[in-house]
Design a protein around this ligand. Structure first.
Ligand SMILES: Cc1cc2nc3c(=O)[nH]c(=O)nc-3n(C[C@H](O)[C@H](O)[C@H](O)COP(=O)(O)OP(=O)(O)OC[C@H]3O[C@@H](n4cnc5c(N)ncnc54)[C@H](O)[C@@H]3O)c2cc1C
Length: 366
């Protein structure tokens, strides 16, 4: 590895690597040993409901009665969910990887290398180097009836990152690439799983939008889901992943189509505090939007709403800078805070969620 520009790193000696096919077979074997029946190549058609409750699922080979369903349909999960008005903002996105020609004497215990600066991830694979990378121009979508297949490998989409990779691991410059691969994986709108029971339909569970970590985290996530199904509540605080956080509009066009590929683009990007997404902005604005903009408002996205993060004075360019230290706009926020505390200010809270509590005991409850 060429260590030019490297300021530091973390070595995790306990890291492991696993063959996905063997892992899948091992999990299936474990499930069978514990009483599960696995049936393959049966198309699932729809979740059947009666009086707002799940009564079964229909498949091309008939109906299975059940009151609990787990939609793990990955990049097809959104379409499956739509049949029951369950919103799942995930999208298939292109995911590239390359395998270099065999390298003599490549150690079999070579640690996996992640270089966030170059957006690359490396590991040894039977005396070859396999590397995948951040696709700076991630594209969404798969052909209909896509099944165990690959997508076209567009060289110009990856030239920039390939050059960085060759510089970081120079052996590639002499060694050449054996395999170019582009396969789809599902990405969620915010880079987190859709896990747990959906609020729309009791008994309808989800585990989808794994954002290319399904091998490493699939087993743990499924365990959490299984515990949730058995006990009726999540086994730990899973609020960040909980499918209940998802409002229906997030799975609709523009927001869904633009945010999911951005999750892929940002996988290796610098995770600045308060980092904003540039795509699909200005979809929800309050009636005070323009008035506040005229006063220098710089907007952050909050639940899809444009929300003023701070107000730039006339001489300051209205754009947030990112920093792990003290960002330049903090002074203006402090001034505003002191003004509101010492005298008076008006804050637009239109974008916050409203809860309607109704019924006979509403007042007591509140
Ligand atoms: C190129 C590439 C490299 C990756 N590298 C890594 C890595 O290094 N580490 C890592 O942790 N992860 C990696 N991943 C991600 C990992 O492979 C996925 O996260 C994982 O396979 C997702 O598992 P899943 O069960 O959620 O979805 P899938 O494996 O996609 O399974 C979903 C299943 O649902 C089925 N289905 C859909 N609709 C229906 C229906 N109507 N009826 C019946 N069946 C249906 C599909 O046929 C499919 O079998 C990589 C992915 C790609 C593409």
């Amino acid at each position: 590895m060429n260590d030019d520009g490297v300021l530091g790193g973390i070595h995790l000696p306990s890291d492991g690597s696993v063959n996905p096919t063997d892992l899948t077979q091992a999990l299936a074997k474990g499930a069978r040993m514990n009483g599960a029946t696995i049936r393959e190549n049966i198309s699932f058609k729809e979740v059947l409901t009666k009086n707002g409750k799940i009564i079964g699922v229909s498949t091309e080979q008939g109906i299975i009665s059940t009151d609990t369903v787990d939609n793990c349909g990955s990049m097809w999960a959104r379409e499956l969910g739509q049949q029951n008005v369950v919103s799942i903002p995930i999208h298939a996105c292109e995911h590239y990887y390359l395998v270099a020609q065999p390298i003599p004497n490549l150690p079999s215990d070579l640690p996996a290398l992640r270089s966030h600066y170059d957006g690359t991830y490396w590991k040894q694979d039977t005396s070859k180097l396999l590397f995948r990378f951040d696709n700076f121009k991630a594209k969404a979508g798969i052909p209909e009836n896509f099944d165990f297949d690959s997508l076209p490998f567009v060289e110009e989409d990856m030239m920039e990152v390939l050059e960085m990779s060759m510089n970081r691991v120079p052996v590639l410059q002499e060694n050449g690439i054996q395999t170019f691969f582009n396969g789809p994986e599902s990405y969620s709108h915010d880079g987190r799983f859709n896990l747990g029971e959906t609020p729309n339909l009791k008994g309808y569970f989800l585990l989808a939008g794994i954002n290319s970590t399904g091998i490493q985290s699939g087993s743990g996530a499924e365990k959490a889901l299984a515990d949730w199904i058995m006990t009726g509540h999540p086994p730990m605080d899973s609020a960040e992943m909980d499918s209940a956080r998802i409002e229906d509009w997030r799975a609709r066009d523009i927001y869904w189509q633009e945010h999911c590929p951005q999750t892929l683009v940002l996988t290796y990007a610098m995770q600045w505090p308060r980092r904003q997404r540039e795509k699909a902005r200005n979809l929800r604005r309050t009636p005070f939007h323009h008035a506040m903009k005229a006063h220098g408002a710089v907007y952050d996205e909050v639940q899809g709403w444009e929300c003023p993060a701070w107000f730039a004075p006339d001489v300051v360019f209205p754009e947030s800078d990112y920093s792990f230290y003290r960002p330049s706009w903090l002074n203006y926020v402090q001034e505003e805070q002191k003004t509101v505390r010492g005298s008076v200010g008006i804050i637009d809270y239109s974008m916050l969620q409203k809860l309607l509590v109704s019924g006979r005991d509403a007042e007591n409850f509140l």
